[in-house]
Ligand binder design. Structure first.
Ligand code: KG4
Ligand code: ZN
Length: 370
């Protein structure tokens, strides 16, 4: 669906299926303001975030409390700690987001929240906080898919961007090539068979002794290294030509590093980082460009934490310039997890009437196709 202009928008709540139990629900009609403000919450992994977003494109506030300083000592996210830290942080983060936007709960039209996919104990904190707000303030509640949110970060960074387009969604937990037919109509045409791209970076970075999350450290180190110093096998994935695999690369990197250690050789870290980054980016761009050529999409979009990778951005720019494609990626501040992207996608879901009642529950897994 194309988003309707604010003057003609129908009330989405009127088109929602009749909810139950009725005594627990917000009212069935809401006065829509010409500038539709959404208060959004994100807590799917290790960032507690809240934001106020207007009309899906304009960020009035965006607050992110990262827990990475606690997880770094374990080399990865500890789910139990993450859930507890979301509990401690969420009220303060929400208060700060309202304050920075200069609005109160009465001024917002709806509450959006990441409901899936992610760490279940983390998601539950955000979902229950959002349900409490929606219930007490009688506001509609909008469940948002985390990866749809990552894609929507581009609607904030590029106010003129509209579907249809082909999107490479690359995060710490997922790697997909997605046909974005419309704001809420998506189809996966390629996916990873094993690790996500971010995981491939994080696991190889860990072998090199880099701190969690390794992707960003690897990216910095790689800038001064030789990408041809080490060569790694190109994965063969049978079946879909658009699917990725990173497990072979991970094993090859680990074996190379162990062999060098056994021989007492010093690891040229910059060269290793540059070679790993080059291999991951080659795998991603080969499949993405092949999918673009076969499907005929001329507008290509990057999304997710790994879309911050400097080589991925540069290489995609070169390939798109050479192949006559339009390329979009989010501002660096919107690549990682944040609630502004959830508020942006929440707006488009809301215009389609995709609201939930108080029976909404978090889910660790759910397809972006919904
Ligand atoms: O989207 P995101 O913030 O969280 C998930 O939804 O998973 O993605 C986090 C992932 C991590 O694996 C992190 O290492 C990776 O994004 N990442 C990067 C860069 N910045 C973050 N990977 C490569 N290069 C970067 N510059
Ligand atoms: Zn994410």
């Amino acid at each position: 669906m194309q988003p309707q202009s604010q003057t003609t928008a129908t009330n989405p709540a009127q088109t929602s299926p009749s909810p139950s139990p009725s005594s627990l629900l917000p009212p069935t009609s809401y006065p829509l303001s010409p500038s539709l403000k959404i208060f959004a919450i994100e807590s799917s992994c290790d960032d507690t975030a809240a934001a106020v977003v207007e009309n899906g494109r304009k960020v009035l506030s965006s607050v992110v409390a990262s827990q990475v300083f606690r997880h770094v000592e374990f080399g990865g996210v500890v789910p139990e700690i993450a859930g507890r830290m979301h509990c401690e942080a969420i009220s303060g983060v929400a208060k700060e987001a309202f304050s920075q936007a200069g609005v109160t709960i009465d001024d917002v039209d709806a509450i959006a929240v990441t409901a899936y996919p992610g760490l279940i104990g983390s998601l539950l904190v955000g979902v229950n906080f959002a349900k409490g707000l929606a219930l007490t303030a009688s506001k509609p509640l909008i469940p948002v898919h985390h990866l749809r949110g990552h894609i929507a970060a581009n609607f904030i960074s590029h106010p003129g961007l509209e579907p249809p387009f082909l999107c490479l969604v690359v995060s710490g937990g997922h790697s997909h090539i997605v046909e974005v037919k419309d704001f809420t109509d998506m189809r996966i045409i390629g996916r990873t068979r094993d690790d996500a791209a971010g995981e491939a970076f994080d696991k190889t970075a860990r072998t090199m002794g880099l701190p969690y999350p390794g992707g960003v450290h690897m990216d910095k180190l790689a800038e001064n290294g030789n990408p041809e110093a080490f060569t790694f096998p190109v994965p063969k994935v049978s079946g879909s030509p658009y699917d990725f695999s990173f497990s072979g690369l991970k094993t090859a990197v680990i074996n190379t590093i162990h062999n060098m250690q056994q021989k007492g050789m010093e690891l040229p870290r910059e060269d290793m980082a540059a070679s790993v980054r080059n291999s991951v980016v080659n795998i991603l761009t080969d499949r993405f460009l092949l999918a673009a050529r076969d499907t005929g999409y001329k507008r290509l979009v990057l999304a997710g934490g790994v879309s911050a990778n400097s080589l991925l951005r540069r290489r995609m720019k070169e390939l798109c310039d050479a192949g006559g494609y339009e390329l979009y990626y989010p501002a660096l501040s919107l690549c990682g997890d944040n609630a502004a992207m959830i508020g942006a996608q929440g707006y488009f879901e809301f215009l389609c009437g995709h609201t939930a009642d108080m029976s909404l529950n978090a889910r660790a897994e759910r397809s972006i196709e919904l």
